[in-house]
Design a protein around this ligand. Sequence first.
Ligand code: KIV
Length: 276
Amino acid sequence: MYTQLEQRGMPEPPVNISTLQKMKQRGEPIACLTAYDASYAVLVDAAGADLVLVGDSLGMVIQGHDTTVPVTVDDIIYHCRTVARGVRRAFLVADMPFMSYTEPGMALDNAVRLMQEGGAMMVKLEGGDDQVEIVAHLARHDIPVCAHLGLKPQSVHKIGGFKVQGREPDKAKAMLQSAQRLQDAGADIVLLECVPNEAGKMITEALQVPVIGIGAGPYVDGQILVLYDILDITQGRTPKFVRNFQAGCDSPLLAVQSYVRAVKEGDYPAPEHCFS
Ligand code: KIV
């Protein structure tokens, strides 16, 4: 009865939440990437990524919007089902889009859809103290949750741009307290976006759950980047924390393998990708 989840015919068992927890305890970096379709999901999985996120960044890199705000639950479900068909080993996480988790009941309904219709194993939502009640409600129903702190792209119009968060000591401390409250409410992973190295380090050391960073420095438990950014598909200005892994590689598979290796060996992020 349990063979599908444990084996799936793979030499290595599929990654689950306790695999990620053990990696944190062992100090083994967790390599994560976004994916939005089956072909890239196969490639990212084959390259050894531990976690694949169907991010609402698809609103920007796939749909061509300026922000993630227009993305809907149906959009994420569509892309998540395609990714789920390509992933065999990696842990599959789906983003809860803008305004899809404002009330506990609504959040639960949408999280269930992402898992049942999309095939996600965990949902990710943006927010701090304001989301503690929602996270607790999902956790009470055994929905695995990743809480996204720091820069919250769904709030871009309120923040006034994509900006580094937690530079001031009081803001970093408040972020740490929110992360602890979210963990206590049942969050299984915390994701930090665009925060100074010191804030990333302080939060990672304080939490028991894995902390994944994007522009959060080298001291977090794992790294995530947008796939199209590392493959140099994204045109125009990319964020400071992005490295072009396609440069010098003959294929997208080699580029993604190079990213996974760089994360595992601590070669990425380098000082030029970090905020102080
Ligand atoms: O939507 C997304 O791709 C994300 C990552 C940037 C972490 O949330």
